[in-house]
Design a protein around this ligand. Structure first.
Ligand code: B12
Length: 217
């Protein structure tokens, strides 16, 4: 089967809130040997973004949005697991969380899976996590990288607070920081003083490896 058809079916299953259909597409994708990351990002995620647009336009309501997110969670359970592990030695230690006040964690889940698959040791602190808690954990684990996700314009402030707290406590140079999430931009990363912005999981992992390499030079 053509991969593009599969990606369209994946997106449609989310928009139509078809839980069984979505799981069937995810399983079919694996059977056919499709790239699970591509199916997540270019298929199911595309559908979820359409759902977000419908919600924003008032054409869909919160219960339906929740239903779509739940379907997304169940397919990501299958597909994230299948993201291929390419290397085994630990390349760096990452502490990651969705910032305080924010419960969006689907994108972070994809990022975590890809990081693990590429050989990073990842400590996922979950969602709605205060900056202070993220920093304490990063210090305790002697992490190399702190990654944060924010999906609401209001919660992006948590990423700024993290940078400010690190600077105030004299810890800024100790960690590489990377920010992501739909409303987050390169400009925002620069403005708050984060080391990097990532638009998706692949971009994030690539930038982390670059920054780790620069640091070890
Ligand atoms: C699913 C969803 C939900 C689900 C979340 C379920 C879950 N467990 O995550 C539920 C239904 C619970 C929900 C709730 C709400 N939501 Co909501 N939600 C969405 C939706 C449709 C999709 C988000 C998503 O999962 N995208 C797919 C993933 C794969 O993409 P992603 O998160 O961007 O992640 C990728 C990249 O950004 C990047 N990335 C992300 N994080 C990181 C971190 C690092 C370190 C790196 C390297 C990379 C990286 O890599 C990821 C993979 O490629 C968006 C619409 C949208 N376009 O984003 C609205 C949206 C984010 N929600 C919105 C709103 C308003 C809400 C609510 C306030 C609704 C309400 N009235 O209660 C609540 C907020 C609750 C809270 N306190 O957090 C608004 C936000 C508007 C704004 N400007 O702030 C949006 C934009 C919808 C809209 N268009 O109005 N939501």
């Amino acid at each position: 089967m053509n991969q593009e058809v599969l990606l369209q079916e994946a997106a449609a299953a989310i928009v139509q809130r078809n839980a069984e259909g979505a799981l069937a597409v995810a399983r079919k994708a694996l059977e056919l040997g499709a790239d699970p990351l591509a199916v997540m990002e270019q298929g199911f995620t595309r559908g979820l973004i359409q759902v977000g647009d419908l919600f924003e336009r008032g054409e869909l309501f919160l219960p339906e949005l929740i239903q779509c997110a739940e379907i997304m969670k169940s397919v990501s359970g299958i597909l994230n697991e299948a993201i291929s592990v390419e290397r085994r030695e630990i390349a760096g230690r990452v502490v990651i969380a969705t910032v305080e006040g924010d419960i969006h964690d689907i994108g972070k889940g994809i990022v975590v899976s890809l990081m693990r698959a590429r050989g990073l040791e990842v400590h996922d602190l979950g969602r709605d996590v205060p900056a202070e808690t993220i920093i304490r954990k990063a210090v305790e684990l002697d992490a190399d990288v702190i990654g944060t996700s924010a999906l609401l314009t209001t919660t992006m402030a948590g990423q700024k607070e993290l940078e400010e707290t690190l600077r105030r406590e004299g810890l800024r140079e100790r960690f590489i920081t990377i920010v992501g999430g739909a409303p987050v931009t390169e400009r925002w990363a620069r403005r708050i003083g984060a080391d990097a912005y990532a638009e998706d999981a692949n971009d994030g992992v690539k930038k982390i490896f670059q920054l780790l390499a620069e640091r070890r030079r």
